[in-house]
Write a protein that binds this ligand. Structure first.
Ligand SMILES: *[C@@H]1O[C@H](CO)[C@@H](O)[C@H](O)[C@H]1NC(C)=O
Ligand SMILES: *[C@@H]1O[C@H](CO)[C@@H](O)[C@H](O)[C@H]1NC(C)=O
Ligand SMILES: *[C@@H]1O[C@H](CO)[C@@H](O)[C@H](O)[C@H]1NC(C)=O
Length: 202
């Protein structure tokens, strides 16, 4: 009885399989090279977080009427620090808000600017409340703090930023900065100001 031989595997021609192997090796090498390049670029750029702080602040021209209308001005020094050696930052839009107890007392903006690498810039923020109506509770709290000579405030920033590395510019990112609690003195009782670091969220 003749046993059927198992079918021999359908072998590709040697030249064909060599070509496939060559292409596979070239592809693999390319993938590894691209991966290494990205890793090296990342390591040289090493993006670091932007650092914000309120370095000085005071309340001036404070006047709270019996009907809880507030007139006041707020002077803050905001410090923006870009610690990156390879990355500069475009600030395309910056909104500022001054709050007391979650109630907005004043809004403002910072003009668009470009911050170079390893740069610290100080901004003088001159903000004001013009006849702002406060709730009874907030007005009562503010009066109590007024007698103590200082008030706990919050400064918030919302910004649209882009990063620049060499000639490459990133897409837009939303950045949220929150500085709290800031112990702000009334101008009449000017004592030392405690620098306040801010939370930065991109
Ligand atoms: C506060 O404003 C009211 C009304 O404008 C004024 O009569 C008063 O003198 C002001 N007080 C201070 C301390 O400036
Ligand atoms: C706030 O200023 C406005 C004018 O800018 C004035 O009419 C108002 O009386 C002031 N209020 C207080 C409490 O000073
Ligand atoms: C930071 O950048 C601003 C704007 O380009 C420039 O005016 C300022 O001199 C720089 N500050 C430092 C410490 O390099």
């Amino acid at each position: 009885m003749a046993t059927a031989k198992p079918p021999t595997p359908n072998q590709a021609t040697p030249t064909h399989s060599n070509l496939v192997r060559l292409i596979a090796i070239v592809l693999l090498v390319l993938i590894v090279l691209v991966g290494l390049t990205i890793l090296i670029i990342w390591l040289t750029i090493k993006p670091k977080k932007l650092v914000y702080s309120i370095d000085d602040g005071s309340i001036n021209n404070y006047n709270l009427s019996d009907g809880n209308h507030l007139n006041s001005t707020y002077d803050f020094i905001l410090r923006a620090y870009n610690p990156n050696k390879k990355v500069s930052v475009y600030y395309d839009k910056v909104d500022i808000e001054v709050l007391y107890d979650d109630e907005t007392l004043s809004r403002g903006i910072i003009d668009p600017f470009h911050q170079p690498k390893r740069n610290a810039t100080r901004f003088k923020l001159n903000l004001a409340s013009h006849d702002v109506q406060l709730s009874d509770q907030i007005a009562r709290d503010l009066k109590a703090e007024r007698t103590s000579g200082r008030v706990e405030m919050t400064v918030k920033l919302k910004a649209r930023i882009r990063f620049k590395v060499g000639v490459w510019k990133s897409r837009h990112y939303h950045m949220k900065v929150s500085c709290a609690p800031i112990m702000v003195h009334f101008s009449t009782s000017s004592r030392g100001f405690q620098r306040t670091m801010c939370d930065v969220d991109i």
